[in-house]
Design a protein around this ligand. Structure first.
Ligand code: C5P
Length: 323
């Protein structure tokens, strides 16, 4: 007989259908408005009782994931232990992360792993935190962690941690992700955006701001995007995608221009850099079109590899134990 001691949670990657970035705040973060969208590319995080907290990472980009206190999943374990008031059951854990979401790719893989660790430890320790309480712990760990718990399609405000589900019909969208040969560090991309937006003579190049509020006006949700989501029309959605971080990501990773152009030439309904990049995201009208696009893109030599995903999908959730 096998005694099951571990608990596993599965968690999706996120896209930003809109990312409108405001000016930098005093704390170094940027106020933003974003429309998050969870897609079917999943990491799995298993937690088991242990003498002290450790983390092991396998799969996509495992070598690039920190194994120390910088690991977001380990930080989530520590934060939940505190929130659970160090209950007797909240001992050390061995965390094992099976990665399919590439690291530093603009898909919030690290935040996803933190969200999965919260869900898994809440169960392992029978800590009994409600989804709302877990959301509060998540918001303190990183800007995208609360959304990784929630999933679906949701509007994020503040630095992204205040999430509200978007009211939209249950349309399933077909996306192709083009993974780049390289990584982008999120803080560097935000810093590049600040430089691009700085007035001439102050170190920036005077580039015009993107779709969000930059020069002092607060960023707003795109009405074109929300009405596209309400209509469920993929062609409208493709035209309404926007990302203020895209010019910054392209300035740091110019090869992405070619990737985006190739996807549009091959018939994508929309093309955008994922979050802070460097993954490129393409929308297709049907599963068949997504397959054709994925095959053509991988043949075009404009990315490291491709994946087909659908969205929206649910947020971090327990995987039933087997056996
Ligand atoms: O919150 P998280 O750790 O995911 O953010 C990573 C980095 O991205 C931050 O340290 C900050 O440099 C940048 N960031 C930002 N404004 C946001 C979210 C993230 O400047 N709203």
């Amino acid at each position: 007989m096998t005694i099951v001691t571990g608990v596993t949670a599965r968690v999706p990657a996120k896209l930003n259908l809109q990312l409108a970035v405001g000016p930098p705040r005093a704390d170094g973060y940027h106020d933003l408005v974003t429309v998050f969208h969870a897609v079917s590319l999943f990491d799995e995080v298993t937690v088991e009782p242990a003498g002290h907290d450790t983390v092991t990472v396998t799969g996509e980009g495992a070598a690039h994931v920190p194994h120390d206190g910088d690991n977001l999943a380990l930080r989530a374990v520590a934060a939940l232990r505190t929130a659970a008031r160090g209950g007797a059951a909240a001992g050390g854990v061995r965390v094992t992360i099976a990665k399919r979401i590439p690291v530093a790719a603009g898909l919030a893989g690290g935040s996803a792993d933190a969200a999965a660790a919260l869900v898994a430890c809440n169960d392992l320790w029978t800590a009994g935190l409600t989804p709302q309480q877990l959301g509060e712990v998540a918001a303190a760990i990183g800007s995208d962690v609360a959304f990784a718990l929630l999933g679906g399609t949701a509007v994020g405000r503040g630095r992204g941690e205040h999430v509200t589900p978007a009211l939209a019909p249950a349309t399933q969208y077909h996306w192709v992700l083009a993974f780049a040969d390289g990584q982008l560090a999120t803080p560097k991309v935000y810093a590049a955006l600040d430089r691009l937006r700085a007035p001439r003579g102050s170190g920036g190049d005077g580039s015009p701001p993107g779709s969000g509020g930059s020069g002092g006006s607060p960023p707003r949700v795109s009405t074109a995007l929300m009405s596209a989501l309400r209509s469920g029309d993929a062609a409208l959605l493709g035209r309404a995608l926007s990302n203020d971080l895209q010019p910054a990501a392209l300035s740091l990773f110019p090869a992405l221009r070619k990737t985006l152009a190739a996807g549009l030439e091959l018939g994508a309904l929309g093309a955008i850099v994922a979050g802070s990049g460097p993954t490129c995201v393409f929308l297709a009208g049907t599963a068949e079109r997504a397959l054709e696009l994925a095959v053509s893109l991988s043949g075009a030599g404009v990315c490291r590899s491709v994946a087909r995903v659908t969205g929206p999908t649910a947020g971090a959730a327990l995987v039933p134990a087997q056996g």
